[in-house]
Design a protein. Structure first.
Length: 296
């Protein structure tokens, strides 16, 4: 079996692979943003904040400046979570989900990867890992605690989370993977399958992507507790991908790993429609029920 690190290193060493990754991720990002604009999907942040205080921050990642948005609860934080978003998302899309977290006493930080929004630099796997390490450190400085932050990734962010988690110091208190893919190539094949193309063409197009974010393999390197949340109605990635990742995670009998399959939620409902039916297992994972603040 090939070591999980090797695929990312191949991109770092190969200018052509790095260029392919940048171009294809950039095209996908812009296509999704155009689609969302046509469909009116843009999520407006709440006009008033009832759960806490939000502020924009700048994060230094190597020589690059990244945009971040932190939301702190009104009372002392019970936990903190770093959110790693998907390909075609904006920071404002996650505000309602951040509000839900804050209501439950959980601080959160979301940031734009290199090359996203006005964040500087190129979108490469190497930069995304460095961005995650820098944002993780920034969150710990913002919210000093005896408990390290959690990671929560959605879609592309799940690959970034699993890639970065073994390099974070201290290790995350836990990792949440929402609507994850088993590998980036498998994700591409699943998305392309919705297009009326011959099977050989789908496989050929998917192979244009470098073989990175092989989550169903590299999840074995994540020592932190793991929660996988994957809707049975995800229109992009089949729930079988979540089961594949879960099976790999359970090979280590000493690691806590859980799988929750909510019913009838779309791929992006975690932030478009943040409701307890999807989020309650995540909230209980971040802050066990006996630690949660009493409802007023």
């Amino acid at each position: 079996m090939r070591p999980p690190e090797r695929a990312t290193n191949e991109v770092s060493r190969s200018p052509l692979a790095r260029l392919r990754f940048r171009i294809l991720i950039s095209v996908a990002m812009r296509a999704i943003l155009i689609r969302d604009g046509i469909a009116g999907v843009f999520v407006r942040p709440p006009s008033t904040l009832h759960a806490g205080t939000a502020r924009q921050i700048a994060i230094t990642s190597g020589s690059r400046r990244l945009d971040g948005l932190v939301l702190l609860p009104v009372s002392n934080s019970k936990a903190a979570v770093l959110i790693l978003h998907g390909i075609g998302e904006r920071l404002s899309y996650w505000r309602k989900a951040q509000e839900m977290l804050a209501t439950n006493g959980i601080a959160s930080l979301i940031f734009d990867y290199s090359g996203y929004g006005t964040s500087a630099g190129a979108t490469t796997p190497e930069n995304l890992r460095q961005d995650t390490l820098a944002a993780y450190d920034a969150l710990q400085r913002l919210i000093p605690s005896t408990r390290p932050p959690f990671l929560l990734g959605l879609s592309l962010g799940t690959g970034v989370a699993v890639d970065a988690a073994p390099h974070l110091v201290p290790a995350p208190s836990g990792v949440v993977l929402c609507e994850a893919f088993s590998s980036l190539r498998s994700a591409a094949q699943a998305v392309l399958a919705a297009i009326p193309l011959p099977e050989f063409a789908i496989r050929a197009l998917a192979k244009l992507l470098p073989d990175v974010y092989r989550t169903a393999v590299s999840v074995r390197q994540v020592a932190s507790p793991l929660l996988i949340v994957h809707s049975d109605a995800d229109e992009l990635f089949p729930v079988t991908m979540a089961h594949e990742i879960f099976s790999a995670a359970r090979e280590d009998e000493g690691r806590r790993a859980e799988l929750f399959v909510p019913r009838s939620y779309a791929h992006n409902d975690a932030y478009l429609n943040p409701v307890p039916g999807y989020w309650q297992p995540i909230l209980d994972f971040l802050v066990p029920p006996d630690e949660k603040p009493l409802k007023r």
